[in-house]
Design a protein around this ligand. Structure first.
Ligand SMILES: C[S@@+](CC[C@H](N)C(=O)[O-])C[C@H]1O[C@@H](n2cnc3c(N)ncnc32)[C@H](O)[C@@H]1O
Length: 199
């Protein structure tokens, strides 16, 4: 192995696998997720992902949904179990996708589709709801691609939700999104912004 640390979005076949479960409670329901080295997030439900889920507005909870950069499947699985929404989950990280499929089975979400896609490359459907906790470490170009190209995959009344941190350039990303969408900041907490974008 090289001396470079691998990033959670890279397919590093040499990275030792240490699959571990974690439990998390949200909306009064308990979920178990398998996670591993080299996937996001290893220690439990990410604060930003939780904040995003807790601030989704009821009126937008209509499927089908797409989770771009699904990791081990947390957002989609919780949406399915809490709101009964069906949808697709995509990621570029094969190890994360493998776990997302197992997590779907373990959390009774076999109807969700999990597949590999670099941003929207393999996505051709339209969605009522797109959500993402975007891969900041993959760089600005990828983050913008995920946020801006969501527009092409949203149904007419569709909504994009994302979470972003202040120190990750939240303010400039939000003002750039205002060029393409009607943007509302739904929540701000501990430097995290939850952002809702409508066409
Ligand atoms: C911050 S994590 C969020 C994971 C999960 N949605 C959650 O909330 O726990 C971002 C995810 O984006 C994925 N990702 C990175 N680059 C990508 C790309 N070009 N296309 C699709 N997914 C990508 C990473 O592998 C990672 O799983």
């Amino acid at each position: 192995m090289g001396d470079k640390m691998s990033q959670y979005f890279e397919n590093d076949l040499h990275l030792k696998s240490e699959i571990q479960p974690y439990k998390t409670k949200i909306f009064d329901k308990e979920f178990t997720f398998l996670t591993d080295n080299g996937v996001f997030a290893k220690k439990g439900l990410d604060f930003g992902s939780r904040l995003l889920l807790e601030n989704l507005e009821q009126e937008d909870m209509k499927g089908p949904f797409l989770d771009v950069g699904c990791g081990v499947g947390t957002l989609g699985i919780i949406l399915n179990q809490v709101y009964g929404l069906e949808g697709d989950m995509v990621d570029i990280n094969l190890r994360a996708l493998h776990l997302a499929k197992q997590n779907c089975k373990a959390n009774h979400c076999e109807s969700l589709n999990v597949y590999e896609s670099n941003c929207y490359q393999n996505v051709d459907g339209k969605y009522r709801l797109i959500l993402t906790n975007p891969p900041i470490r993959a760089g600005k170009k990828i983050v913008y691609e995920i946020l801006e190209q969501a527009k092409e995959h949203l149904e007419k009344d569709g909504t994009l939700y994302f979470v972003i941190r202040k120190e990750q350039g939240a303010k400039s990303i939000i003002s750039d999104m205002e060029k393409s969408y009607h943007v509302t900041i739904i929540e701000r907490k501990k430097g995290f912004f939850i952002v809702k974008c409508k066409n």
